[in-house]
Every structure is written in C-alpha cells, then in structure tokens.
Write a protein that binds this ligand. Sequence first.
Ligand SMILES: [Zn+2]
Ligand SMILES: [Zn+2]
Length: 164
Amino acid sequence: MSLTIPVKELIQNPGTMKELTLSHELEYPLGTEIIAVPKGRELSLAVRLESVHEGILVTVSGDALADSECSRCLEPMQEDVEIELQELFHYRPEQEDDFVIVQDRVDLEQALIDAVVPNLPLKPLCREDCPGLCADCGERTDVGTHNHEKPIDPRFGALRDFGS
Ligand SMILES: [Zn+2]
Ligand SMILES: [Zn+2]
C-alpha cells in the first residue's frame, strides 16, 4: 500500500473525517546510517484525516522496529520506534515547507521521515547499562567466555574508569 491517501471526499467539506489503518512495506530504509527501519519491513499506521477550513489535518500513530548495532558492544540490535505525527496538509501553502494536497491526495512520506528520523538515537545501546567491550582484550565483558587471565594494562583500566 502506498503512503499516498486519496482525500477527495473530505476536500472543502470541513467537519468530515475518516480513519484508516495503513499497511506499508518500506521501499527504502527509514532512518539514518546508524539505525533504520529496513527496506521491506511493514509499517502499520493508524491514520486519521480531518477536514478543516485550511486543508486536511492528518494524525498518524504506529510503531516499527529499527535495526542497528549497539554503539558499545557492536552486537546487532533492534529498537522500537514510536511514530506519532500531526500535520496540516494545506489547500494553499503559506510557507515553503507546508505540506500540500496534490491531486486530491495527501502524501505521508516526507511527514513520516520528519517525524521518525530526528528522534532516532545517535548512539543506540542494546541496553541502558551495556558494559561494552573489554578495553584490554576487545571481547564483550558480559559473556561467560570473557575470562582471560591476562593482567589488565593499568593504562587501559584508567581509561575505562574515566569513561564509565
Ligand atoms: Zn551493547
Ligand atoms: Zn578482557
């Protein structure tokens, strides 16, 4: 299903509204290079379209799973992304970046990008207190196999304490 929704019956008909559930398989990744909902994953969005004097007020909510890598331990991870947005699609835009109704349709693509991308973490963590990798051996410190006998270089120990 496309992110473009026909709204013809709502146009110039203030006070009317419609609600729908939109399932959309992403045609490109939604996110940043660090973390993104991948191409091909399905978004399920609850959409409310309300006709108002200036245009159509669009409210969207839903969630999606983004793929990433923990910025500390580098393990693959997934993060729940909440999608909440409300935008007015204008009949006549007042500003350059106003959303506009085109050919009796609203296109949610850019609004979705604007709502999701700025809220993604810059440094995703698999969990809040991820201990990351051992500064001495580079292994993850929270797994059973991490049990080396090598004495820890005090310089690395100091660095690690500083960082925590
Ligand atoms: Zn981690
Ligand atoms: Zn180690």
